[in-house]
Design a protein around this ligand. Structure first.
Ligand code: ZN
Length: 234
């Protein structure tokens, strides 16, 4: 069980980098996606393509990549009035939180992930939570993850390890990590096949990937890629 992992895999840039990171160090890696009625549901369609491409990248990665799981948590849309699940403009709310915030979303995801990991005998739970590029989501903070690890281990009588390889790096460094793990082939795959845009727009292929180019997720991704590319060419 010690070298078996479950990756929270949405099909976005961060979770794809996390999946490559996990394939690089664990013997057996399974993936988990959540369907919660998100507007950017297109990201779920990217997952199979990305899994196939990652498996084709290195023989060791092919040998390690295990089952894919999807859990429907449509109830999130019932309790959360969020721009992620409803057709409304993405903006900052009065309490300073972006209205893309779904309260406690990652707490819910991690609880389901741990329950699945328990059943599948997977010790490491890997997620792309990040505190560096401040997005205003308190359920992405390092302290939240550490508290969740304690709560899940107590509540399920396990020794899960919550792994967050992106916690202290910024978006430019996330691109660099992908390059370290899988060279330019992985960078190109992430650029072309992962989905980040909150509005679910695929649209034209920009240097940083597909997306509307205006929503906060697209802006963060575009800015990170520009800094990564500038550092690479200097
Ligand atoms: Zn966008």
């Amino acid at each position: 069980m010690s070298s078996r992992a479950l990756v929270l895999f949405s099909g976005g840039q961060d979770s794809t980098t996390c999946l490559a990171w996990a394939l690089d160090r664990f013997d057996h890696v399974e993936t988990l996606g959540f369907d919660y009625g998100q507007r950017h549901r297109v990201e779920l369609d990217c997952r199979a393509t990305l899994r196939r491409a990652l498996a084709a990248m290195k023989p060791a990665w092919r040998a390690r990549l295990g089952e894919d799981h999807t859990i429907e948590v449509g109830a999130i849309a019932q309790v959360a009035q969020s721009a992620l699940t409803q057709d409304m403009a993405i903006e900052m709310a009065e309490d300073g939180m972006p209205n893309t915030f779904v309260p406690g979303r990652n707490l819910i995801f991690l609880t389901f992930a741990a329950a699945l990991a328990y059943r599948r005998g997977l010790r490491h739970i890997v997620g792309g939570m990040c505190e560096t590029d401040f997005s205003g989501y308190p359920d992405c903070r390092d302290d939240t993850m550490k508290a969740m690890q304690v709560a899940l281990n107590l509540g399920m009588n396990q020794r899960f390890v919550l792994e967050t390889p992106l916690m202290w790096i910024d978006k430019a460094q996330t691109w660099r990590l992908a390059e370290e793990l899988g060279g330019t082939a992985l960078v190109d795959l992430i650029q072309q096949e992962t989905h980040t845009c909150y509005l679910g727009e695929r649209g034209a292929l920009h240097a940083w990937g597909h997306g509307c180019g205006h929503c906060p997720a697209c802006q963060l991704r575009a800015d990170g890629f520009a800094r990564y590319a500038a550092a690479r060419s200097s």
